[in-house]
Design a protein around this ligand. Structure first.
Ligand SMILES: Cc1cc2nc3c(=O)[nH]c(=O)nc-3n(C[C@H](O)[C@H](O)[C@H](O)COP(=O)(O)OP(=O)(O)OC[C@H]3O[C@@H](n4cnc5c(N)ncnc54)[C@H](O)[C@@H]3O)c2cc1C
Ligand SMILES: *[C@@H]1O[C@H](CO)[C@@H](O)[C@H](O)[C@H]1NC(C)=O
Ligand SMILES: *[C@@H]1O[C@H](CO)[C@@H](O)[C@H](O)[C@H]1NC(C)=O
Ligand SMILES: *[C@@H]1O[C@H](CO)[C@@H](O)[C@H](O)[C@H]1NC(C)=O
Ligand SMILES: *[C@@H]1O[C@H](CO)[C@@H](O)[C@H](O)[C@H]1NC(C)=O
Ligand SMILES: *[C@@H]1O[C@H](CO)[C@@H](O)[C@H](O)[C@H]1NC(C)=O
Length: 535
């Protein structure tokens, strides 16, 4: 009796201890088996699944994950990662994950601000469907289009276009390691947005795997779903396999510049003026402002530096005329201007050192990763000069603060608010992005998180209201957290109206139609209508 119970205690210990590993492996084995049933001889790549027993599990998980905050040991890790080599394996993955009840996260470039493409804070078991191996790009200069697989980076896209033509480009993100797959689902802005709109405004077609594992193109999915995927946020409607984009014309010669002023050099007055000028100036000109702490002339006393970072679609002579007429206060001179090709301007704006060869874009590796938290706002009325002064006091309380002010206007104002789910159009002067970054992991995390929330609270009077708009591609899980009615649908309405304004209702309708069981979900995915409210 005694020995028997001891044996059973030991046995139960062994079982308990082996649970974490054996369940992950068992789940992976079931998935693998299911995949083989849904595969044919030409699409079997048996070594594309990684569990924690595979030596490369960590390096695959970390490879494109951009926010180190979501790789901390305390954060849940996927049971396995699947990296398909072929579209048909994506179909099989959706069918199998659904059948086996495995929660799926989809990752293209891994730049999600809240790690939603590689971490689930809400469900277990979960897997990552990582599209990193699906990165074909087919540029068709004759028809002015390109078909791009979701795992390609925007840098690769820009490079492949420029390789075929020096006078074609695409108006998407400034950071070159963004995955085209996730990027376009939330809008995709860059330094040509005032001339051509967003990446999402320049999409002609797409291929998506729906919840039933079917591949649908624009004609197959219909105009409602095609509308929803161009700005409604990633991870809600299906897995984008390909985007078909429209190329835009760029001149042989473009001009870039960066002019920096501290507060002591009249930075405040200039920034006040920029708010009035930048959204209304010639739409070939995009001047963003990068705001960081800096050293003033008094040793030991911190100041704020405002760096005016610009792309002009034209030559320096023309740019100087535009600036002389529209923004003489900046004092731009010929010496500040660098004439270059469009592809080299991409490198310049992304912050690569001068003379970096464009081939660097093919490496697709991001150079800097950090622990960070970010937020966004849209500004509709100029912030008075005296209010700017007060703002710097709080800004300088953090040791790693950054703000980027990004002008709107031009084409952005001419596209209807409901044309795509991205609603921040006419009347928006500029967007503010707030970032705080740090390198010591958990140690100073609370301090930085508290600071950014405080600064955001402080900014409320100066930014859009009812709703206080936010950019869905700058995912922010703080939004909706303080809802009184915390049921998931109500919480969703809170962030839903802020990311999408009136378009949220249509997104919910599309979701209810194409994925009523809510298979494609994450902490802030578009919810289907609660069953009681359908019909
Ligand atoms: C350093 C940095 C710079 C940035 N610069 C810009 C910028 O200049 N302009 C701009 O507009 N934005 C910018 N962003 C934000 C960026 O657009 C978003 O983070 C975008 O979602 C990244 O796409 P991804 O494929 O790299 O991300 P992922 O993390 O892979 O995915 C993001 C979201 O989309 C979903 N998703 C991914 N792939 C697919 C797919 N194939 N089908 C369906 N859903 C999918 C994911 O599940 C997740 O919810 C920047 C972000 C970072 C970190
Ligand atoms: C089989 O796989 C190939 C490529 O791997 C794909 O082109 C084809 O459509 C697949 N056929 C079926 C029936 O799934
Ligand atoms: C992971 O390990 C298993 C078991 O050793 C092996 O069968 C599989 O091929 C490995 N996966 C990869 C991607 O190497
Ligand atoms: C400011 O000065 C400090 C101390 O001299 C120096 O370490 C730091 O790099 C300077 N920062 C900038 C932005 O120049
Ligand atoms: C809402 O739910 C979240 C997570 O479930 C929780 O952290 C938060 O405190 C809740 N908010 C309120 C007001 O109850
Ligand atoms: C929250 O909303 C749900 C759904 O409409 C409703 O049933 C519930 O009563 C609400 N709860 C509160 C506290 O208002």
């Amino acid at each position: 009796m005694h020995s028997l119970s001891l044996r059973s205690i030991i046995a139960s210990f062994v079982v308990l201890l082996s649970i974490p590993l054996s369940t992950s492996v068992a789940i992976e084995e079931n998935f693998n088996h299911c995949l083989s049933l849904h595969s044919n001889t030409s699409n079997q790549f048996p070594s594309a699944i990684y569990t924690s027993i595979n030596a490369s599990y960590n390096s695959i998980l970390e490879s494109t994950a951009q926010n180190l905050r979501y790789l901390l040991p305390s954060v849940p890790k996927p049971d396995f990662i699947f990296t398909p080599f072929h579209d048909s394996q994506v179909q099989a993955a959706v069918i199998c994950a659904k059948q086996l009840g495995i929660h799926m996260r989809v990752r293209s470039g891994g730049h999600d601000y809240e790690g939603l493409s590689y971490v689930s804070l809400i469900e277990k078991p979960f897997m990552i469907l990582d599209l990193v191996k699906l990165r074909e790009i087919n540029v068709d200069i004759a028809h002015n289009t390109a078909w791009i697989q979701a795992g390609a980076t925007v840098g690769e896209v820009y490079y492949r276009i420029s390789e075929r033509s020096a006078v074609k480009g695409f108006p998407a993100g400034l950071c070159t390691t963004l995955g085209i797959g996730g990027h376009i689902t939330g809008g995709a802005y860059g330094s040509m947005m005032r001339k051509f709109g967003l990446g999402a405004d320049n999409v002609l077609d797409a291929r998506i795997v729906d919840v039933n594992g079917r591949v649908l193109d624009r004609a197959g999915m219909g105009e409602d779903l095609f509308w929803a995927i161009r700005g409604g946020g990633g991870g809600s409607f299906g897995v984008i396999l390909w985007w078909k984009i429209k190329l835009v014309p760029v001149p042989q010669t473009v001009t870039v510049f960066r002019v920096t002023k501290t507060l002591e050099q009249g930075g405040n007055k200039l920034l006040y003026r920029w708010q009035q000028v930048a959204p209304n100036i010639d739409e070939n000109l995009f001047i963003r402002v990068i705001i960081q702490p800096g050293n003033g002339s008094v040793p030991g006393k911190k100041t704020v530096t405002t760096s005016y970072n610009a792309l002009f679609l034209g030559g320096a002579d023309r740019l100087l005329q535009v600036m002389k007429k529209g923004f003489p206060e900046l004092g731009l001179t010929r010496k500040d201007c660098l004439e270059t090709s469009w592809i080299k301007s991409v490198l310049y704006i992304a912050g690569f050192p001068n003379d970096t060869p464009p081939e660097v874009l093919l490496q697709g590796k991001s150079t800097s990763k950090a622990y960070f938290k970010a937020k966004s706002d849209f500004v509709r009325e100029v912030i008075p000069e005296r209010s700017l002064n007060a703002l710097w006091k709080i800004f300088l309380q953090d040791d790693g603060p950054l703000m980027i002010w990004n002008p709107y206007g031009g084409m952005m104002s001419r596209i209807e608010e409901s044309a795509t789910p991205f609603p921040h159009r006419k009347g928006t002067l500029y967007k503010i992005q707030y970032v705080t970054g740090w390198l010591d992991g958990e140690q100073s995390m609370a301090k930085h998180m508290n600071w950014i929330r405080k600064f955001y609270f402080y900014m409320a009077p100066y930014v859009s209201k009812y709703p206080r708009e936010a950019y869905v591609n700058y995912r922010d899980l703080d939004i909706g957290m303080n809802q009184k009615n915390n049921t998931s649908f109500f919480k969703a309405c809170s962030w839903g109206y802020r990311y999408f304004k009136g378009n949220f209702n249509r997104l919910v309708k599309v979701k209810t139609k194409v994925d009523p069981s809510n298979f494609f979900r994450h902490e802030q995915s578009i919810p289907p209508l609660p069953t009681g409210k359908r019909g």
